[in-house]
Design a protein around this ligand. Structure first.
Ligand code: DX5
Ligand code: ZN
Length: 218
């Protein structure tokens, strides 16, 4: 088995020291920087906007994995691409025309991701799997970092892994929310490719050690 892709979530970083936090990620074995965008509409919280993403991008040597927790995300795809996103994920619950939205993301040259809330069945993706580069399985209700991992996630990951295999899709499975060293290994066994971790990384005394440990899960 290859190593997991590790994406520290900048939401849990010290926003007054973003340059330092991004440099910490640059010098770690992390693969991506996960960037959570919240609009106070799709989710109850507001996080950061385009100028902050641009600033992160200016300092980051790792690709930005931008998770849009916003209504009508199609209105902002080009702006986030210009701000430096490499991967853009939209929520299926916010996209009545998901196929079109994914094509828009790809036409910008970005990887196209779809995020699923905890209650959303993975089967909804069945007819669109080969159009997706990344499936972000939410393991908490989106809107806040530092929440408890929802155990029902494992079943969804196992189902998705089987669906991906059957369809021939190349989509990666990303887990977002409550990821730590305890659930990391069973998530990998269930079929996860990408582990997002916010609080678990940034609340550690050595975030780089934690990133290394997550990467070493195998
Ligand atoms: C939650 C966000 C997550 C969050 C993860 O809405 O999408 O990316 O930053 O943070 P932790 O790892 O602390 O649950
Ligand atoms: Zn996220």
């Amino acid at each position: 088995m290859t190593k997991p892709i590790i994406a520290p979530s900048i939401l849990a970083a010290d926003f007054a020291n973003l340059e330092r936090e991004v440099k910490m990620i640059n010098e770690s074995v992390a693969d991506w920087v996960h960037v959570d965008i919240m609009d106070g509409m799709f989710v109850p919280n507001i996080s950061m906007g385009l100028p902050v993403v641009e600033a992160i991008h200016r300092h980051s040597k790792k690709p930005l994995d931008v998770h849009l927790m916003i209504v009508q995300p199609e209105r902002y795809l080009e702006a986030f691409h210009k701000a430096g996103a490499s991967v853009i994920s939209v929520h299926i619950e916010a996209c009545p025309h998901l196929h079109r939205t994914l094509q828009q993301i790809k036409s910008l040259g970005c990887q196209a991701g779809v995020a699923l809330n905890p209650h959303t069945p993975v089967q909804l993706l069945e007819n669109i799997l080969t159009d997706i580069d990344l499936i972000c399985v939410m393991a908490v209700n989106p809107g806040f970092g530092g929440q408890k991992f929802i155990e029902g996630t494992y079943k969804k990951v196992r189902q998705l892994r089987q669906m991906i295999k059957d369809s021939g899709s190349k989509a990666l499975i990303e887990i977002d929310g409550g990821v730590n060293l305890q659930n990391g290994a069973p998530l990998r066994e269930a079929g996860a490719d990408v582990l997002v971790a916010g609080n678990f990384v940034f609340s550690a005394s050595s975030p780089q050690d934690v990133i290394r440990q997550l990467k070493a899960i195998g």
